[in-house]
Design a protein around this ligand. Sequence first.
Ligand code: UD1
Ligand code: UDP
Length: 403
Amino acid sequence: MPQGEPRALVLSGVEGMKIVTIVGARPQFIKAAAVTRAVQRYNQKHPYQQRLQEILVHTGQHYDYLMDKVFFEELNLPRPDYHLGVGSGSHGRQTGMMLERIEAVLQKEKPKVVMVYGDTNSTLAGALAAVKLNIPVAHVEAGLRSYNQAMPEEINRLLTDHLSTFLFCPTHQATRNLLREGIKDGKGKIVKKVGDVMYDSILYYSKIAERKSTILKDLGFDTRHETRVTSYYLTTLHRAENTDDPWRLKSILKALNEIGRNTPVVLPLHPRTKKMIETHHLFSEFKNIKFIKPVSYLNMLKLEKNAKAILTDSGGVQKEAYWLKVPCFTLRDETEWVETVKSRWNVLVGTGVERIIKEVSHTERRRRYLKGKGIFGDGKASDRITQELLKHFYKLCQKTPGF
Ligand code: UD1
Ligand code: UDP
């Protein structure tokens, strides 16, 4: 047996290991891109019979060019093998349509494992379709909890974790959360702290963003003399609990508008938020906010890195602020990414106008804090996920899915 080769692979003979990867929403394209690159790296070094075959399924949850295709182009993701065209809808309808269409793909492709990412409706639909066909599920970003079940994401991640065979956790906290629910390594579950695949992504792409992105110039910021342009705040806002409650939405926008009196506030608008602002006719009320279209990943990294601080309710953006050493104010009452708060780099500021303005006025003080090296791994989470799947390859091949 070649040195360092997973034993299972050599035993398995010529049958390739087929993985079906389910994506559908913006952050999943970024996460899947990291793992797909790791799979490609592995495949390049191995003969045909030992390769992993990844089939990419796009549910169609996100579909606007700036929420979807731009990421495939920029991150060099392969074209989806299946596009299910589900689109927007209520939770039940959207998840139900995905479930039906993913099932049909799985029945045809008969993969050894189904890989899902994060906590969206696409994640849950993928996991549910797979387990109902006795196909093991691998959940990337397992174990996160906000302990707020009013969030649709909390339901999605909770159920997905309990359905999964492989639980790839980004942090120790995530493995501890699972343990509390009785999910641990052994007895048919593979629970591993592998690190955060978004960290892999940011390490890889931030240098490219530095070189390629022209967003600062495009927005009219002067980039001639400084290495870090700190003359604006960057905001993202899309959580249903913030956007769909007009009181909370107005309150956040009021705070941003107030901050925008002295320093520009840039807000790349998620389509959900745009829709709600239009519904309540709020655009004209908040003239100090620089509303722009959603930006590509490279442009986002550039905007984040050069911001004075970031105000966000996004999961991924909280972490990116931490990794890029930009102070972060989270427009929520709780977070799954508790490590960023413990390190005091991220502050939960809620959605009240005064609190947001007060905390943001202390931005410079926050720049002094940065602790907790290596919380999110070492940038090799995707390689670890690939290796872990390979290690269990033989067992997975022995198992006959219940078609
Ligand atoms: C979804 C995820 C959320 C994740 C976010 C990432 C769920 C329950 N939520 O939220 O966890 O943080 O993606 O961005 O899965 N729309 C468009 N164009 C698009 C996509 C959406 O106009 O390309 C509009 C539609 O009006 C749609 C609304 O945005 O109804 C919400 O989209 P949806 O995919 O349901 O949820 P997100 O808010 O994007
Ligand atoms: N992002 C982006 N363009 C934007 C807003 C966000 O590329 O206009 C990226 C961001 O850098 C991060 C990811 O999208 O990598 C986060 O996705 P989002 O906030 O939509 O979802 P969440 O992480 O909250 O699930």
